[in-house]
Each structure stands twice: as structure tokens, then as C-alpha cells.
Design a binder for this molecule. Sequence first.
Ligand code: ADP
Ligand code: MG
Length: 436
Amino acid sequence: VKVTKFGGSSLASAEQILKMKQIVEADEARKFVVPSAPGKRFKDDVKVTDLLYSLHDAAAHFEETDGIYGQIVRRYTDIRDELGLSIKIEEYLEKMYRDIKTGANEDYAASRGEYLNGLLIADLLGYDFIDAADVIFFDETGSYDAKKTLSVLPGALKLHERAVIPGFYGSLPNGRIKTFSRGGSDITGSIVSRAANADLYENWTDVSGFMMADPRIVENPRKIDVVTYRELRELAYMGATVLHEDSIFPVLEAAIPINVKNTNDPENSGTMIIPAIEGRDGARDGITGIAGKKNFTVITIEKDGMNTEIGFGRKVLTCLEKFGLSFEHMPSSIDTISIVVADIRIRHCIEELIDEIHAVCQPDSVEVSSNMAIIATVGRGMIRQVGVSAKLFAALAQSHVNVRMIDQGSSEINIIVGVENDDFEKAVQAIYSALV
Ligand code: ADP
Ligand code: MG
């Protein structure tokens, strides 16, 4: 059995959806299909999910909603009509509109993108439709409930020879809809793969797999043919958003491989994501990939002898906790600790936080830099190779990139550097040219 998840750009229009159909029908084993909501059809187009968030927001503020609603209706009726289907999608749209106007929660609104697309796709393929709200569950705290889901979903799948299960959402114990974070249809695909005990989880998107760097930053980056779950998670979390970083968890135990494939180039073998690279551990030459993201604040706390001060780290963490902050990274050396937090999460409380650190930790100095980008260079083979980091820093210096933070050695599979937002693209390009 293969589970196939299709991303938003793969299902953005009737034309793309027909490519999906061809792919699904080319292999008998593709029994379960997990669709995303229709994405962008062209560069400045708007994703249906974003329209739905706007619609909910406008309704919540009693603003004009008919315009946005009309755009959403058109996206689905265009697809339906161009595919020549007779399903009365208007009825489902109208119910959604009524619900949103009478106070349905934001997650419900957002989830309709996948739900409605799933109805159309099931109709087109002649597959059964399974509402994810009936088979994927979250607990009271809003976390994915694997135990409950795996007690229901496998049985539900057995009742269907072939089925479409929309991505991105499930339901809470009180029956309300809850979504995963953005890009979460990747997680649904992984959950369905686990429940179906699939041989393979295919994740179809608009690139031929994971590249060694973001193709929007580096021209024609080399493809990664095989990558481990851990490397994938590291790259995804650090900004290579081809696959949601949490997608590996549901399939981890069952060790189901994930194959990222291109809907527009189905012959391409794409990238295989597997538990571990047997027999060739560390044998990969050089690095696996580079990923990064912008808009972080780095707080550097300096205090001579902090390494021998019992409880210093705890004091720093207590300060963060007081403001409800978790950190992205926390590199440290003998006399300094740096804390990396997303700009948007720290902006409102940065001054109070610095005051708190001064009061509680008694540091020699505290330095704050915002608008920073963090870049991870990832690879399991890296540690055994001499000179990778020397080459990386030489390349950054040569491109006149000012390195403001370094985190090396805390994890054996990556080197993280902090640079100014404006230097981000230049830095990624420099690292790529030096190490690939
Ligand atoms: P989908 O809608 O199919 O889920 P996404 O937009 O979530 O697709 O992910 C695919 C996109 O990820 C690509 O179009 C590409 O722009 C971006 N991307 C970022 N980093 C990488 C990378 N290292 N390799 C490939 N694509 C990447
Ligand atoms: Mg995605």
C-alpha cells in the first residue's frame, strides 16, 4: 500500500488535479490519497487557506465578507466545472459560510480548504471520502492524540478499498475542528501511512525532492537523493519547508520511508527519507544540505566564570520562562550564553526581559541583536570530515558576511551561524559554493 499526499500547488487548478489523477491511477497500490487545499496557480495568486483565514477574520470583526467568500466559491466551482464533475459543491460551501458567520472557530474555517478539495478529488477519482474529523484526534490540550487516532483510523481505513482523507485537521474531544500548524497536511499523510501500515509514504509537491539549498536562493541546487529522518527534521525545522518537520514522528516507529516527488515531473526519483543510512553511515561526502530562516533575536549574555557558577543556566531559563518564551537555540562557551528567539515572539517583552536578566543573573553585559537570520549546515558525515567548518567560515568572511553567532557541536549533525537578515541570501550562496 502507498499513501499519496499532494501539496497545494499540485492541486491548485483543474489542470494540476488531472496530473494528480494520472499519478494515482498509474499504480494500483496508491489506495489512500491525502489532499491539501488549492494553493497558488501563479506567482501572486492567493492560497485558498489564506482566503479562509481572511474570511474568518472579516466575519469575526463583522466586516464585509461576500467578496472573499466569492473568491473561494470561484476557486472550487472552477475546478469542479473544468473537471466536468456534477458534485454540488455549492451546498458544502454555503454550509461553511453559514457556520463561519455564526461563530465557527478559526481552525474550522481553515480546515475547509482541504475538506472541500477532498470532496472534489474523491468524486473525480471514484474514491470514498473519509472526513479527517472522524478519524484524526487531538487531546484537550490541543496536541495530536496518537493513541486515540490509532485506535480508530486503521479500522476505518480497512472499511474502504480506496479513500481520500483530507489533510491538515482532525477533531478535539469536544468535537470541534483543530488543525495542525501550517504545512500540516504532511503530518496527516504520515499518520495515514502509519495507520494503513503503508510500504511507502509519497509526498508529491512542486520540486523534485529536497535540494541541498532552497532553489529560490541558490540556482539549480543539487538534489539530495537519500536523507535520514533526523537530517530531514533538522533541515525542515531550519527552513527547508518542503516537508513539515514533524512529519517523521508518526512513521518513525514503523520505519516507513517517505518519498518526496514532483507532480510536474513524476519520472524523477525525488528524495527518499529513511530511518538511517545502513552500512554507509557517515560515508556521504561533505554536507547533506543548507537551510535557514530570517527574523530572529539573539541575546548574548556575558559573565566571566559563568561556566563554574552553579545554577547560572537555570537562572537564564527562569527569566525566559517568566515571559513564556522557549528558545530556538542556546549556544554557550566559557563566559557567554546566547539565546536565539523568533523576533515576533520576543518583540513585545524584550526590554523587560533584559531588565530581568540583569537583576537575576548579574551578568557583565547583555547584548541584543534583532533582525538576524540563522543558517544551519547539516550533515551526518560532517563531523568526521576535517575542515568543513574552516571552509564554511572562510567562505563567509570572503563574502564579507558578518557572523554574529556560532553554534557548533551541540548537535553532531549541524553547524548553525547567525547573520544579519540582509546577508541571508549571500551567506547561503557562499556556504553552498564552498561546500557543495
Ligand atoms: P506543497 O504545497 O507541495 O506542500 P511547499 O511549498 O510546502 O509545497 O514545499 C515546496 C517548496 O519548498 C518548494 O517549492 C521550494 O520553493 C521550497 N524549498 C525550500 N527549501 C527547499 C529545499 N532545500 N529543497 C527543495 N525545495 C525547497
Ligand atoms: Mg507543504
